[in-house]
Design a protein around this ligand. Structure first.
Ligand code: AMP
Length: 291
């Protein structure tokens, strides 16, 4: 912190918009924990901030809707944005600094050099959203270089993302520790997500089939990989007949290190991952399944 006296938490977090302001705010910050987000903060983000707070002298939350990770037909323009609400929530969680850069601050030039996510980045989410993980890994690298955190917290809700971020750090020798946080769910089982705000009451009921399918799959673990896939698929097939229908994008049981499908006789840790649309909203969820 640049002030000579410690910052009074009652004043809420310091909101900084530029790299220069960020550097000044972090001049004497001790151990820095970063929570990268796209804002529209909810309980899932809170749980990441709490993990960061336990381990950091200074907690930084970045709020940036990253255009590079959205496809041309995706929801970049209508993605919910609420910096005052986000700042208030960060204050409740004892966050020290909110870094909320403008797009032009992060991307002063059209981005030419990007981070290739490799084969893992082309599976599941990467297959459905071409270029998505290149956008994610590029902005995460930029945020690491801007904030220079000692550690950064990512949620298991985006399982493929955190697996790729771990590989980014390992493969490119980035000097940051990655901390994983479990998926937070709403009381009805739906994984908390900024995109849940798009759902009507009826759509939300249909969306509950995502977590139901994952639970059904996990419950079938003793029967092996095919039983897990079958149990989850049965729930999704039923939900496809609901009104409004759940339109599945993918359902996959994969190796957590590669996100490649596991073979029928596979033993050990796997991830059961699902993506589906309800109306105009695309949702993802996953659980760990030990076979
Ligand atoms: P987002 O703002 O959606 O980009 O998410 C920012 C971070 O919060 C990512 O590391 C997400 O994985 C994490 N996150 C989002 N939703 C949840 C959730 N329900 N439980 C745990 N972490 C979450």
């Amino acid at each position: 912190m640049t002030e000579t006296a410690p910052r009074d938490p009652a004043r809420g977090p310091l909101v900084v918009r530029t790299a220069k302001e960020l550097r000044a705010a972090l001049a004497d910050a001790g151990r820095v924990g970063l929570v990268p987000t796209m804002g529209a903060l909810h309980g899932g983000h809170r749980s990441l901030m709490r993990l960061a707070r336990e381990q950091a002298d200074t907690v930084v939350v970045s709020v940036f809707v990253n255009p590079l990770q959205f496809g041309p037909d995706e929801d970049f323009d209508r993605y919910p944005r609420d910096l005052p609400g986000d700042t208030a929530l960060c204050g409740e969680e004892g966050v020290d600094v909110v870094f909320a850069p403008e797009t032009a601050t992060v991307y002063p030039l059209p981005q030419m050099v990007t981070v290739d996510a490799g084969a893992m980045g082309e599976r599941l989410e990467g297959a459905s959203r071409p270029g998505h993980f290149t956008g994610v890994l590029t902005v995460v690298t930029k945020l690491f270089n801007l904030v220079r955190p000692d550690f950064a917290v990512f949620g298991a809700k985006d399982a493929q993302q955190i697996a790729l971020v771990r590989r980014l750090v390992a493969d490119l020798d980035l000097p940051v520790e990655i901390v994983g946080a479990p998926t937070l769910r709403d009381p009805d089982g739906l994984a908390s997500s900024s995109r849940n705000a798009y759902l009507s009451d009826e759509e939300r009921v249909s969306a509950l089939a995502l977590s139901r399918a994952l639970r059904a799959g996990a419950d079938a673990a003793s029967g092996g990989a095919e039983a897990v896939r079958e149990a989850a698929r049965a729930v999704l097939e039923e939900a496809a007949k609901a009104d409004p229908p759940l339109e599945p994008d993918y359902l996959a049981l994969v190796d957590p290190a590669t996100f490649a499908d596991v073979a029928a006789g596979h033993r050990g840790e796997t991830v059961l991952a699902v993506a589906a649309r309800v109306g105009a909203t695309r949702l993802i969820d996953n659980v760990s399944v030990n076979l």
